[in-house]
Design a protein around this ligand. Sequence first.
Ligand SMILES: C[S@@+](CC[C@H](N)C(=O)[O-])C[C@H]1O[C@@H](n2cnc3c(N)ncnc32)[C@H](O)[C@@H]1O
Length: 233
Amino acid sequence: MQTHTHTTTDDQHRAGIQAMFDLVAPRYDLMNDLMSMGTHRLWKRRVVGLASGSGTAVDLAGGTGDIAQLLVKNDWHVTVCDASQAMMKAGRERGVKNANWVAGLGEKLPFSDNSIDLLTIGFGLRNMTLPQEALCEAHRVLKPGGMFLCLEFSTPQAWLRPFYNWYSDHIIPRLGAAIAGRREAYRYLVDSIREFPDQETLKAQMQRAGFESVNYQNLSFGIAAIHQGSKAP
Ligand SMILES: C[S@@+](CC[C@H](N)C(=O)[O-])C[C@H]1O[C@@H](n2cnc3c(N)ncnc32)[C@H](O)[C@@H]1O
């Protein structure tokens, strides 16, 4: 399902995001640990725990390879696919082993139809210029019966929002400036999280892309969520 005509503005947006990740790559892992106080590691384990069996897996927007590394340990044959060479280089230098690394865009995946058993994406969909196309692409490359798992920031429960908003506005940009020297990149992070669809909306988008049995579970009171769907057998 192609719903969008590609424009120069899309290309510029995508190039801007890619350049930003190239710049933050060297400090990316440290920033994740600091901002989430290590919680992102637990969330990623939860994702991999949902991936039953083994076979061929693509970790889309896989960055420095956190999810890929966990999948490799569980005997998956993993390919990290990411738009940023610098992010993947940081992952290889960190010692992520036995994974393949492929440069590619989520909106135009470099894999053939019906070829992959599992597609994971962690904190990547929010950064896609055309997320609905990325969902359709994920569906296209999965084998019938294949599984899609998406870990992404989402909408926290109402009682948590005042504290969460304060933390997002005051702490994250300051950490970004102090540790990564990139306040604007971490301001973008906060804005992109606010603009991203909530749990039910993302579920509907996955269904529109063709996924079946779509469901989600909240993590840390909805700060993040794992959406799960499968391609019809
Ligand atoms: C926030 S990082 C997530 C990295 C990793 N999955 C993790 O959870 O730590 C987002 C990643 O998405 C990649 N990315 C952004 N836009 C993309 C696109 N259109 N296609 C593929 N990757 C993209 C970036 O290069 C970056 O590595």
